[in-house]
Design a binder for this molecule. Sequence first.
Ligand SMILES: [Cu+2]
Length: 122
Amino acid sequence: MIPEYREELLIRMKTIKGHIAGVLTMIEDERYCPDIMKQVAALQSSLERVNRILLRNHLETCVTEAIRGGDGKAKINELLESLRFNSSLTDLRHSGEILARESEEISCETCREDGLHESQVR
Ligand SMILES: [Cu+2]
């Protein structure tokens, strides 16, 4: 794994872990359903970003190596097979630039969270 991506994945997953704990508390406290739903949507968006980083890493390492070694087709088939279960990775209509580098993505000015915000939905 490319060290830069590993670091980013670890930071994002730790943030998500904290975010999940927050949603758990919201449910325990029986908070207003739409408020909880917003947080769940933000979490889904955060997890999709994690998967896009994994995809980028896989393309830049394993897939590139396989193609150079003449075994690209099998690796591509394997990847497409895993994408069957993940429509979020191939549906990039709301993700801005295709596979945009995470550093280029905009986070919310108000809460500094980079989850789903109505203002960012195009
Ligand atoms: Cu890989």
